[in-house]
Design a binder for this molecule. Structure first.
Ligand code: ADP
Ligand code: 5GP
Length: 188
């Protein structure tokens, strides 16, 4: 049986990756959708694991070749996109595919796949807490952090377009909530 799609979107720093990484350990037959990006790797990130890292030129060539299910210029000159070939391969293998995409990409994937997809918005308790988490994560320069905060206000306005909103205040509670909605959806 072909797999389902579970989409996570949120302002950067909300705790999406932390929650997704937890779900990937929960025996739900989940596979992470590896996106392509034109931003450089950060920390210990490796090509083909967190992302396929492409130059902006290569990214644009693949846009022109219609290779993306969706893509966005999430921050200036920083493209992110989902390669059609990647997703179809995972779904056909019967895996449930988990996406970590920006709010616009999340809505586009949901629209494309309809009831086969569950869209989940991870909401931070406040903008101040978001800033504190991004600072605490220590992976971005102050300029990049301010870019992300500036975008967060816009992104929060998308919450009600998602099937489910999870407020990530207490991490353990948010993880449990995510596990429940995702396992219920997969069993349906
Ligand atoms: P995102 O993937 O949404 O950008 P991350 O999962 O990288 O966010 O989380 C950002 C930072 O906040 C990380 O350092 C993470 O450990 C921390 N974090 C995640 N959830 C919580 C929480 N509920 N309370 C405090 N810190 C958190
Ligand atoms: P980061 O640089 O923190 O890894 O990601 C920045 C933003 O890009 C996040 O909001 C993340 O969800 C989003 N993103 C990652 N991959 C994709 C993708 O394939 N498509 C879209 N639209 N957004 C993505």
């Amino acid at each position: 049986m072909a797999g389902k799609l579970i989409i996570f979107s949120a302002p950067s720093g909300s705790g999406k990756s932390t929650i997704i990484n937890y779900l990937l350990t929960c025996n739900l037959n989940l596979a992470f959708s590896i996106s392509a990006t034109s931003r450089p790797p950060r920390g210990t990130e490796k090509n083909g694991v967190e992302y396929f890292f492409l130059t902006p030129e290569e990214f644009k060539r693949r846009i022109a070749a219609n290779e993306f299910l969706e893509y966005e210029e999430v921050y200036t000159d920083r493209f992110y996109g989902t390669l059609k070939s990647q997703v179809e391969k995972q779904l056909e293998a019967g895996q449930n595919v988990v996406f970590d995409v920006d709010v616009v990409g999340g809505c586009n994937i949901k629209k494309f796949y309809g009831d086969r997809a569950l869209s989940v918005f991870i909401q931070p308790p406040s903008i101040d807490e978001l800033r504190a988490r991004l600072n605490g994560r220590g992976t971005d320069t102050p300029d990049v952090i301010e870019d992300r905060i500036a975008k967060a206000q816009f992104e929060l306005g998308y919450a009600d377009k998602f099937d489910v909103v999870i407020v990530n205040d207490e991490l353990e509670k948010a993880k449990a909530e995510a596990l429940k909605v995702v396992s219920d959806f997969i069993k349906k």
